[in-house]
Design a protein around this ligand. Structure first.
Ligand code: GLC
Ligand code: GLC
Length: 812
């Protein structure tokens, strides 16, 4: 059956082009790269915030709304009796043409109606705290057009959580100021806030509104605001209730004529003693300055060109040419782009994450780093220091921290025993990319307490020690509240629906359950730690840790093998989880991934058997499920995992994040055909055509979860954008499949390919060097036969680093 299509890739412009506004789910994009961020859907829904989606929410958004995705930055155009929006919503007036182009940190939405074209370019200029909305109106008809244009933004009262609940206060606090074409939002500025926002347009206005009910009408909707329908702004001045910002502009366009309007949504902070210019009047100096930087089309176009140049540079660092467009576009464009977004947003704000729940995750951020470190290493460096600063002196860590304050989040606390290992994972990736060992000497505090600083290296050491000091009865790592799988809560024991699975422990005997996932993770990161110590000449420390790694390997071989695959865990009572002995969930993916990456028992055939079992029991049409068979009932001893219906989320969903672990296991084992077939199943560009309607979510990025084979609707995607899948897909394809792996002294070349692979070339900037690497697979899945660097043969598989341009030829 022909699938309905909602859009397509435009590789030349690095855009995804949506041609039907009624996508099966809002398909969104992200604007902003450092401090000021926005989410924008294909119908211009979404919101903006400064640094922290919870504490500095600039515009209001109602999640899980009816209709879905209602609220955003809207332009209403009244042309005679017809009112329409360039992005179709909220009026939903049928358009003569609609197109949304999501690009690298920008979105362009174009609509046409009755001979008028309205095109809006949305982006956040580099280093500026504002969102630009450049609206171009063009008269394509043969008559003069007199249009009435209304803009619309709704302010959030800053704290996105209390904004949704504390109405007895909120309805009395709202305050605005209006000055010419700028509407200022200053709620709470009179007291403790030193920040305000503004919405400006670079043209004279003929009216405005700042009070929502006056503009919309209490019994109307965003789809038919009274002021717009009547073509008459009310010039309302909000006091309390719900402040908004709407400009009213009368536009006359001759046939063929077009006009640009630059709208700016800005954020300003003032010093305490410079907050006011007169009693009750906010100091607008910085706002005026910011507006002056972007008040013409030329200035805006220049700022946009700068943003595009940044992306040219970022995407020039690793570029592959395989001749397979579907692969090339994911590697060269979308996978790298998604990595940047997850690095910036962690798991805080998407259309599935409300921006109020979670800040930055300790484990998540370390993994995100790996997808991003080649692009802007200094930001990765800062992130490592920030993360390590939330560690406790015993090596445990806060599970999350708030980006605004960088403080550990007390609500969730610590006790997730995989967390410490990820610090090694992130730090090693940073040093291999940059060669910057000096990061290890940085003085980093515990729990952000001044005076507690030790070197970052010391943090790595206590991270490893945290695992060693927390071993269980089988000498395997204690799981704590959970390991990577937040839902495997083996010490929780809850019958109370009001308890959190992650933070509840209803037994007093301490934690006893053990994790094979942490065991594998410890061996992988432990080997990295040993190699790092050797590199630093810390040979005693290397030997000490090697012993611990060897002991862990022995423990896994002895207590962690089930015959055909690795066990997943031991529960509180010492019973096996993820074993053939269990009725359900006989096999889990996480321990297969980590123990095969760690090559535990490879010599005894364990790795090959485990990988075969993944194919046999976990693989399905859409990828590999997390466990099999799914849990069909709640198991009190296991926690949240069994709370999900079959096939969703951690209960046998295709949790895309962990598929790459098995794929890397396949690559290390040299099984290129299998690695590739697993990879292609969750590669968005491969899924795109087949599943535009079934999959539902954005076809240009990975989502956290695709419903598994036991689900009611297998193949349906959820939780798009913010997922460790982005970094892991990148790490897998760039380093293990295409085989270009940064190392301390150069680049290691070790591809693992399907036997059908053709010759390909990777251009890789690395520190001060630039390599053009051509690989000739010759039908081999693995194994580099010879390498030449600038025409001269190289011993082994590492091309030694030296600055400058180089050509590399690799024969497999
Ligand atoms: C979510 C969390 C991540 C966790 C995963 C599995 O993606 O952000 O930290 O590892 O779920 O539970
Ligand atoms: C839920 C989700 C899991 C996520 C966790 C974060 O348990 O299933 O994916 O990591 O919440 O707290």
């Amino acid at each position: 059956m022909e699938q309905k299509r909602y859009g397509h890739f435009d590789d030349q412009h690095r855009e995804y082009v949506i041609t039907d506004p009624q996508t099966p789910w809002p398909w969104i994009n992200y604007l902003g790269n450092e401090d000021f961020f926005s989410l924008i859907s294909n119908t211009a829904g979404g919101y903006s915030f400064y640094k922290d989606a919870k504490f500095r929410r600039i515009t209001r958004y109602r999640y899980n709304n009816v209709p879905m995705d209602n609220g955003g930055r809207y332009f209403y155009i009244k042309d005679g009796d017809t009112v329409w929006n360039p992005g179709w919503k909220p009026c939903k007036t049928p358009l003569d043409f609609y197109e949304c182009r999501h690009g690298m940190s920008y979105t362009r939405i174009t609509g046409k109606k009755n001979g008028v074209e309205a095109s809006v370019l949305f982006f956040v200029p580099l280093k500026k705290w504002c969102e630009v909305q450049k609206l171009t109106l063009k008269n394509e008809s043969s008559e003069t057009k007199s249009l009435k244009l209304f803009s619309f933004e709704e302010w959030c009262l800053w704290n996105a959580a209390t904004d949704m609940e504390n109405f007895q206060r909120n309805f009395s606090t709202g305050e605005v100021e209006i000055e010419n074409s700028t509407i200022y939002h200053k709620t709470e500025y009179r007291e403790r806030r030193n920040h305000y926002a503004f919405y400006h347009v670079n043209a004279p206005i003929q009216g405005f509104d700042t009070d929502r009910e006056t503009f919309v009408g209490l019994y109307n909707e965003f789809a038919d605001p009274q002021a717009v329908m009547e073509g008459k702004p009310r010039n309302s001045h909000a006091h309390g209730w719900s402040p908004i910002a709407s400009h009213y502009i009368e536009v006359t366009l001759k046939p063929g004529e077009s006009k640009d309007f630059v709208f700016l949504l800005g954020y300003i902070e003032n010093e305490q003693d410079e907050k006011f210019e007169a009693p009750q009047v906010i100091n607008k100096k910085k706002a005026h300055a910011l507006i002056a930087e972007l008040d013409t089309t030329e200035k805006v176009d220049k700022a946009f060109a700068e943003l595009c140049a940044l992306w040219d540079n970022l995407l020039n660092i690793y570029k592959v040419k395989t001749g397979n467009d579907k692969l090339d576009r994911m590697v060269n464009i979308w996978n790298q782009y998604q990595c940047m977004v997850t690095f910036n947003f962690s798991r805080s704000a998407s259309f599935f994450e409300s921006g109020v729940g979670r800040g930055m995750g300790f484990r998540d951020s370390n993994q995100d780093l790996v997808g991003f470190v080649h692009q802007i290493p200094p930001r990765a460096r800062q992130r490592i220091i920030d993360i390590a600063s939330t560690q406790f002196p015993d090596g445990g860590c806060y599970h999350q921290y708030q980006p605004l304050t960088k403080r550990g989040n007390n609500d969730i606390g610590g006790g997730f025993n995989d967390d410490p290992c990820w610090l090694i994972f992130g730090t090693v990736a940073y040093i291999k990319e940059t060669g910057d060992f000096s990061i290890l000497d940085e003085m980093v505090p515990f729990d952000n307490q001044p005076g507690t600083e030790v070197t970052l290296f010391e943090h790595l050491k206590i991270s490893m020690d945290h695992v060693i000091k927390n071993l269980g009865p089988h000498m395997l790592p204690l799981i704590g509240r959970a390991d990577w799988n937040d839902c495997l809560n083996l010490n929780c024991f809850s019958w109370d629906p009001n308890e959190s699975f992650q933070t509840t422990e209803n037994v007093s005997e301490g934690t006893k359950a053990e994790s094979l996932m942490i065991a594998g993770l410890f061996v992988v990161t432990g080997k990295d730690y040993v190699a790092l110590c050797q590199k630093l000449g810390k040979n005693d420390e290397a030997a000490r840790m090697q012993k611990a790694v060897d002991a862990m390997i022995e423990a896994v071989k002895k207590h962690g093998w089930d015959g055909e695959w690795y066990l997943r865990a031991y529960d509180f009572y010492g019973r096996k989880i993820g074993s053939n002995e269990n009725d359900e969930a006989k096999i889990f993916i996480e321990s297969q991934g980590w123990c095969t990456m760690a090559e535990i028992g490879a010599e005894d055939g364990m790795v090959a058997k485990s990988l075969d079992s993944c194919k046999k029991y976990l693989e399905c049409e859409h990828g590999m499920v997390l466990n099999n068979p799914a849990f069909s009932k709640y198991i009190y001893e296991y926690g949240e995992i069994s709370s999900y219906p079959e096939g969703y989320k951690e209960n046998a969903g295709i949790f895309c994040h962990n598929n790459p672990w098995v794929i890397i296991g396949e690559c290390i084992a040299g099984r290129g055909n299998d690695a590739w077939s697993h990879y292609a199943k969750i590669l968005p560009s491969y899924v795109e055509e087949k599943y535009q309607t079934l999959h539902k979510v954005e076809p240009y990025v990975n989502c956290q979860m695709v419903a598994g084979k036991d689900a009611f609707r297998p193949g349906e995607g959820k939780n798009s954008w913010l997922t460790g899948t982005a970094a892991w897909m990148w790490y897998t394809v760039s380093e293990f499949i295409l085989g270009i792996k940064p190392d301390y002294d150069g680049i290691r070349i070790d591809p693992c390919l399907p036997e059908t692979a053709n010759d390909y070339t990777v251009q890789r900037k690395f520190r001060d060097a630039e390599y053009e690497i051509t690989i000739h697979p010759n039908g081999a899945q693995k194994g580099v036969k010879s390498i030449t660097l600038d025409g001269k043969p190289v011993d082994g598989t590492v091309i030694p680093y030296s600055a400058g341009k180089h050509t590399v030829e690799v024969t497999m």
